[in-house]
Write a protein that binds this ligand. Structure first.
Ligand SMILES: [Zn+2]
Length: 284
């Protein structure tokens, strides 16, 4: 994963709004967009008030190619103007410009954090927004509150020409993917990868190499991807988490995740290595 995005994060908005900006407005984690026949478009306005919609809270996000970006929280029950709708982020992926999509991802997390961090968790005082970092500080006890991030590892395990894929109980019907799990306190990322694979399918792995990372806003994960090779053991399922798991070759792949996910980028990496990057596996 070598592409780096053009977005420059920031917390201090311009003193005056004089040029159009991108507005990421959310109502219950759904993004306000203009609907077009085969795509969606974001509001691009000098000020959000031009839409005539009442915003509860607003956060400055930063700049994309020198265009300012803002996140807005809408009240429940606000009706979108004609031609606009609130859409889930998974639904707009592929329909919205990809650079803008990957700003929408932190935008929804910041809106959620702002809404749920109005008061200090230690002393109950109303928090104020820090002017030096993406944080809120308590004016009474000084406690800092940062947006929550939950690191999770995701690991592709290969064994010769085979690839380990598993079905979690909460996946879409029929879909298989590589294994993933949250990192526990005190754990190195590689240790988390070894533990997850052992816990979920009973096998041991070796040659663990960093692959890349991806923010995953459902709701606030940071996925850290690894590749690994099989070291030993037989597949034995953790029934509470995993419904099925097995070794698959390029020729017998089950339905796999869509291109939005790092899971798919890992699987595509394996397919390319097998010399089959031009096949089009079933996608859910
Ligand atoms: Zn406090």
């Amino acid at each position: 994963m070598s592409e780096y995005r053009k977005f420059i994060s920031g917390i201090i908005p311009p003193t005056e709004k004089t040029e159009p900006a991108w507005w990421f407005a959310f109502q219950e984690n759904k993004l306000l967009v203009y609907q077009q026949p085969s795509s969606v478009r974001l509001p691009y306005l000098v000020d959000f008030s031009e839409l005539g919609l009442k915003a509860l809270r607003q956060n400055y996000l930063g700049r994309l190619d020198n265009h300012h970006c803002y996140a807005v929280e809408m009240a429940e029950g606000v009706t979108p103007p004609a031609g606009m709708a609130f859409e889930g982020l998974r639904q707009v992926y592929g329909c919205l410009d990809e650079d803008l999509f990957w700003i929408a991802a932190p935008a929804v997390q910041i809106v959620d954090w702002d809404r749920t961090h109005q008061f200090c968790g230690q002393c109950g005082t109303q928090l104020r927004t820090s002017t030096t970092e993406r944080a809120k500080e308590c004016p009474k006890c000084g406690l800092l509150h940062f947006p929550r991030l939950s690191p999770a590892i995701i690991v592709l395990v290969e064994h010769g020409r085979e690839l380990l894929l598993a079905r979690s109980r909460h996946f879409l019907p029929g879909m298989y993917s590589v294994l993933a799990g949250f990192v526990e306190p005190g754990e190195m990322l590689e240790e988390a990868a070894v533990r997850e694979v052992k816990e979920e399918v009973g096998i041991t792995i070796k040659d663990i190499h960093y692959f890349g990372s991806q923010p995953w806003p459902f709701p606030h994960s940071l996925m850290i991807g690894f590749t690994a090779t099989y070291a030993g053991g037989e597949i034995s399922l953790d029934d509470t988490e995993i419904e099925d798991a097995g070794w698959f070759t390029v020729g017998n792949l089950p339905p796999i995740p869509g291109k939005i996910s790092i899971a798919r980028k890992l699987i595509d990496w394996f397919l390319a290595k097998q010399g089959n990057s031009n096949i089009d596996p079933k996608v859910t």
